[in-house]
Design a protein around this ligand. Structure first.
Ligand code: LLP
Length: 430
């Protein structure tokens, strides 16, 4: 099986110890199921490895863009991680969940004045400043509040992480951050440190998502440490916090590899300690901000088949009651997924088909070229590894209500996000 929380019992797919067919019947479809123990395990795995290899100052931030709703912030709080937030909406959700906002890092390449003010009012601990205009906006808003805002400066190390373009963010020409290579990052540092209501605590970078290459983080860290050395030796600036972003890849299909995250963290720490000693700079508190690798394998989406269309001599389509509205990742990135017929796990896969959604759009494909057992209207389908960037990127296209999220734990199956109603869809229409 693609993940250890998936098992087959009497021909039925079980997830997180639960019979998925029963859950689909109880809660309806489409349905997001989340394995709460797996989220906790992933959080702990990261934080334990960070502390073991980087020391007690190290901190993992959960990149909540991957999946944001109130309960997730409670889990993250309980496991001791900080959070990465990118909008006032994520900040609001975290505040409502009682998250300690001094452990929140506010990202984004265009924080509006309203976002900045709201984040300060909510006590967000750190702003990750993306650009020079933003520095001055933060300075003015902090000054009006007589507040000194702790910040990290987001810089671009000029690294190609060998992933798909939509998620590669560390290249020199990225829309995020200020490039080191052109000398602009050093100017950015000068502007920032001249502002009285900003306290520059360190640096941030993020090179991309779905990173599998062994040395991407080492190459990134080397460039960041070189830049830290430049600031330290020229101006005596000590980078207290170094945030290297998120990005470790996850396995969506059996044929793909698995990243051994604790091992990667240990190798990264060893490299960074040696290299910073060589540069003669104080070792910073290191931060990583994973999103996908915390929640992806904790998610499974359930659907009901509506039709099996066989176009003779061409292809077969299996249409389900969800689609790009609950998972736009194939439509956007041609993202691979593993599809199961959860009630027929032992049946031979004789049906070659595209699994498609219900939107009025030809590109509404969840996964093409899938082999499944024979199916008919009313049968269930399940798609694995949907915990990251699915609910988070869900839309109301075709006015389809968003699917609910059910958390599975030893305490039972509990609804964490309710199914949207048609009235909620029209609630802002005047
Ligand atoms: N930190 C920053 C600044 C980021 O921009 C991201 C992701 C992360 C951390 C977390 O990266 P992760 O560990 O999840 O790879 N919608 C795309 C993914 C976009 C990633 C955006 N930034 C997808 O569905 O593949």
């Amino acid at each position: 099986m693609i993940a250890t929380n998936l098992k087959v019992q009497d021909g039925v797919l079980h997830f997180a110890g639960y019979d998925t067919a029963k859950l689909a019947k109880e809660f309806g479809t489409p349905l997001y199921l989340m394995d709460e123990a797996r989220i906790r395990y992933n959080c702990k795995m990261y934080q334990d490895a960070m502390v073991e290899f980087f020391g007690p100052q190290a901190l993992t931030l959960y990149a909540s863009k991957a999946l944001s709703f109130k309960h997730i912030y409670e889990i993250v709080r309980e496991t001791g991680l900080g959070i990465d937030v990118v909008s006032s909406g994520e900040i609001h959700t975290a505040v409502q969940a009682g998250f300690p906002m001094e452990k929140a890092f506010f990202h984004g390449n265009n924080k509006t004045d309203a976002d900045i003010a709201y984040a300060m009012d909510c006590g967000v601990g750190y702003f990750v400043v993306d650009n020079v205009e933003e520095l001055y906006a933060i300075e003015h808003i902090a000054e009006r509040r007589d507040h000194v805002q702790k910040c990290l400066l987001r810089v671009t190390p000029g690294i190609d992480p060998h992933t798909y373009d939509a998620v590669a963010t560390g290249k020199v020409d990225s829309k995020f951050g200020v490039p080191i290579e052109t000398g602009q990052a050093e100017e950015f540092y000068h502007y920032a440190t001249a502002l009285p209501h900003l306290q520059v605590e360190g640096l941030h970078c993020h090179v991309g998502s779905m990173v599998f290459d062994e040395d991407v983080f080492e190459r990134t860290a080397q460039i960041m440490l070189d830049f830290m050395g430049q600031l330290y030796h020229a101006y005596g600036f000590e980078t207290k916090l170094l945030d290297l972003g998120g990005g470790y890849g996850v396995r969506y299909r059996e044929s793909e590899g698995v990243v051994d995250i604790p091992y990667r963290i240990s190798a990264l720490a060893e490299f960074m300690k040696g290299y910073s000693e060589k540069l003669g700079i104080p070792f910073p508190a290191v931060l990583l901000e994973p999103g996908r690798s915390i929640v992806a394998d904790a998610g499974l989406t359930m659907y009901t088949v509506g039709s099996v269309k066989r176009i003779k001599g061409y292809k077969n389509y299996v249409s389900v009651d969800g689609g790009m509205t609950d998972n736009p990742r194939y439509a956007l990135y041609k993202a691979p997924y593993t599809v199961f017929a959860p009630e027929r796990m032992d049946a031979p896969p004789t049906l070659h088909c595209d699994v498609v959604g219900r939107c009025c759009e030809s590109d509404d494909i969840l996964q093409p070229d899938v082999w499944l057992p024979e199916l008919r209207r009313g049968d269930l389908l399940a798609i694995a590894t949907t915990g990251a960037y699915n609910y988070a990127m869900a839309s109301h296209y075709n006015r389809i209500p968003k699917a609910p999220i059910v958390m599975l734990s030893e305490e039972g199956a509990k609804i964490a996000v309710q199914r949207e109603t048609f009235d909620q869809i029209i609630q802002n229409d005047l």
